[in-house]
Design a protein around this ligand. Structure first.
Ligand code: MN
Length: 170
């Protein structure tokens, strides 16, 4: 998960599947409160190497702005039967994408539910925390966690300090 100060501040959820990072822009960021459904606009698949990027995307380039690595970890299917990758693939294809994350900040069971509106190539989904021991009703993790999970820097510090610059060939 990256926090991205571009034209508008948003979070980018990226989940590796079949050699790419499936990607969603989440304007309000994730919520640990199961009653808070967060809009997640699917964007194009990103290359795997992008998932560790933190730094600056030049103004004028696609996604120009500051990128913070906000969370990272692994994920799997929440149910322990069958082939997890096959189950993830099936859930994604059906638009009922259940997953369990093992991040530093995000944990436990989640679902992305695809909505039947919008551009079929860039559909809208809802990101929802399931009720489990990692759910925290009423807690605002986006407000509480303002720094990089890797460098502990704020967006401002990333902007002003020594930072990598992403050279896109788009
Ligand atoms: Mn973004």
């Amino acid at each position: 998960m990256q926090k991205h100060a571009a034209t508008r501040l948003h979070f980018d959820l990226r989940l590796e599947l079949d050699g790419v990072m499936k990607s969603w822009a989440v304007p309000k960021g994730p919520s640990l409160d199961p009653s808070e459904k967060r809009l997640a606009m699917q964007v194009e698949d990103h290359p795997i190497e992008y998932n560790t990027f933190e730094g600056i995307i030049p103004t004028g380039a696609y996604g120009g702005g500051i990128v913070m690595l906000w969370d990272r970890g692994t994920y799997t299917h929440p149910e322990k039967t069958g082939d997890p990758v096959e189950r993830l693939r099936t859930g994604y294809a059906k638009g009922d994408f259940k997953f369990e994350v093992h991040g530093k900040r995000l944990r436990g069971s989640w679902v992305l539910v695809r909505l039947r509106r919008g551009d079929p190539d860039k559909p809208a989904w809802l990101l929802i925390k399931h009720r489990d021991e990692f759910a925290r009703p009423g807690y605002d993790i986006v407000a509480a966690e303002q720094t990089s999970v890797r460098s502990r820097r704020t967006l401002e510090q990333i902007a002003k300090g020594k930072s990598r610059v992403w050279n896109s060939n788009r």
